[in-house]
Ligand binder design. Structure first.
Ligand code: AMP
Length: 363
C-alpha cells in the first residue's frame, strides 16, 4: 500500500512509523527541506497548491491523507479526482472555518459556545452585546495552538482585541467556564466500522497542549457514551474515514465542543505506548481499507509535550516507564519538538512519574 501524506511534520512521521511495519510505503509532500517525516519515505518538496507536486503524489499513491488541517481543501479535492483521499476533503472545509465548524456541530445537536461572526468594529460591538464577557475573539481560519486569539474580560477590552486581530474574518465566542478540557479520538473505517479511545483530559498553557492523561481521571461510562454519540454523528454526516479528534470543554456533566480536527491529534500521542493500537496505526489501517485494531487501554497513561526545548534524555529515561519521542526538529520557542509518555497501573501510580516528566519538560 502506497500512502501519500500532505504535510511531513511529526504526525506524518508517526503515521509512517506505524504503517511501515505493515508493509506500507510513504511519500510526503512538504515544502520544508527539513520536514521531520522526510527520512521515512520519499519527500516531494513542493507547495501544497503546486499542481506538479500534487500530481506526482496522486499518480504514485493508493491513498492520500494529511497531517494538518490547514491543507488547502482545493488541493485535497483535486487529488480526489485521481486517487482515494481520506478523510473526505469536505471535512477540511468544515474544520478550517470556526463559524462553519460551529454551525455544523450545532446542526448535529452537539453543544457549542454561543458565537457570532465578526468582520468590523461595529459587528464586534454587537457581538459583545449579544454574547457578553468574558468571551474570546478568534480568527475564523488558520488558528492553531492558541494563535490568533484574544480574551475579552470586560466589554472595554473590545478596542484592544479589535486592534490586535482586525483585517481577517473573526468569530466571537462565549468563554466557557469549563471544569476541565477533554478530547475524544475515534476512528471510522471504509466500511463504516468505528472504534473510540477513552476520553482524554488535556491541560493547555498559552493555548498549547502541555499534558494529556488517559483515560480522563474519574471518567464515567455516561460521559464516554455522550462523547461517542457526538462523534458518531460527525462520522455519519461526513461519511468519515480515518482518525478524528474533537476537543471538548467539560462543564459539570455536559460536553461543549470547542473544535474538531480531521486527523490524528496531539492529545492521542499517548496511544503509541498506552493503547492496544495507536491512533497512527488505526488511521493508516482505516484509510487503506484494513480492519481497525482494538483501542483498549490498560492502566493510566500520561503524555507531556516537549515545547521549545529538549530536556536531557538521560534524565527523562531515568523516570521509570518513561518513553521519549523526539521529532528531529530544531527547538524554537513555542515549537513542539517531542513528547514523553508514561504508563502506570493506576492514576494514583501515574501522578509521580508524570509530575517528574512535567518538571523536566519545563526545565
Ligand atoms: P483553540 O485554538 O480554539 O483550541 O483554543 C486554545 C485554548 O484556548 C483552548 O484549549 C482553551 O484552553 C482556550 N479556549 C479557547 N476557546 C475558549 C472558550 N470559548 N472558552 C474557554 N476557553 C477557551
Amino acid at each position: 500500500m502506497k500512502v501519500a501524506v500532505l504535510g511531513g511534520g511529526q504526525l506524518a512521521q508517526m503515521m509512517a512509523l506505524a504503517g511501515t511495519p505493515l508493509g506500507m510505503s510513504f511519500t510526503f509532500l512538504d515544502p520544508a527541506p527539513d520536514a521531520p517525516a522526510g527520512s521515512l519515505g520519499r519527500h516531494v518538496r513542493s507547495g501544497f497548491e503546486d499542481p506538479e507536486g500534487l500530481d506526482a503524489i496522486g499518480q504514485w499513491a493508493d491513498v492520500v491523507t494529511w497531517d494538518f488541517e490547514n491543507v488547502p481543501a482545493a488541493s485535497a479535492r483535486r487529488l480526489a479526482h485521481q486517487v482515494a483521499v481520506y478523510p473526505p476533503p469536505h471535512s477540511l472545509e468544515v474544520s478550517q472555518d470556526r463559524v462553519v465548524e460551529k454551525e455544523f456541530l450545532r446542526s448535529l445537536g452537539i453543544p457549542v459556545p454561543a458565537f457570532a461572526p465578526v468582520d468590523s468594529n461595529e459587528s464586534l460591538r454587537r457581538a459583545v452585546e449579544a454574547i457578553g464577557t468574558p468571551s474570546v475573539l478568534k480568527t475564523r481560519r488558520f488558528g492553531y495552538d492558541g494563535k490568533g486569539q484574544r480574551v475579552l474580560r470586560v466589554p472595554a477590552d473590545l478596542g484592544a482585541a479589535w486592534a490586535h486581530l482586525a483585517g481577517t474574518p473573526l468569530v466571537l465566542e462565549a468563554f466557557v467556564p469549563f471544569t476541565r478540557e477533554l478530547s475524544i479520538l475515534g476512528v471510522r473505517d471504509r466500511d463504516g466500522a468505528t472504534a473510540f479511545y477513552p476520553l482524554v483530559e488535556n491541560v493547555h498553557r498559552d493555548g498549547i497542549l502541555r499534558r494529556s492523561v488517559a483515560p480522563a481521571p474519574g471518567l464515567t461510562p455516561a460521559l464516554q457514551a455522550l462523547a461517542e454519540t457526538h462523534m458518531q454523528r460527525v462520522f455519519e454526516r461526513l461519511r468519515y474515514v480515518g482518525v478524528l479528534a474533537i476537543e471538548l470543554f467539560q462543564v459539570g456533566d455536559e460536553l461543549v465542543a470547542n473544535e474538531m480536527a480531521p486527523r490524528v491529534h496531539n492529545s492521542g500521542h499517548w496511544t503509541i505506548d498506552g493503547a492496544a493500537t495507536s491512533q497512527f496505526e488505526n488511521h493508516v489501517r482505516a484509510i487503506t481499507g484494513w480492519p481497525l485494531g482494538p483501542t483498549t487501554v490498560t492502566g493510566a497513561v500520561g503524555m507531556v509535550n516537549l515545547i521549545g526545548r529538549i530536556p536531557d534524555p538521560n534524565a527523562v529515561l531515568a523516570v521509570p516507564n518513561a518513553r521519549l519521542h523526539l521529532y528531529g526538529k530544531e527547538p524554537k520557542p513555542g515549537r513542539k519538538v517531542g513528547h514523553v509518555t508514561v504508563v502506570a497501573e493506576s492514576h494514583d501510580a501515574l501522578a509521580r512519574p508524570l509530575a517528574a516528566l512535567e518538571r523536566l519538560a519545563q526545565g
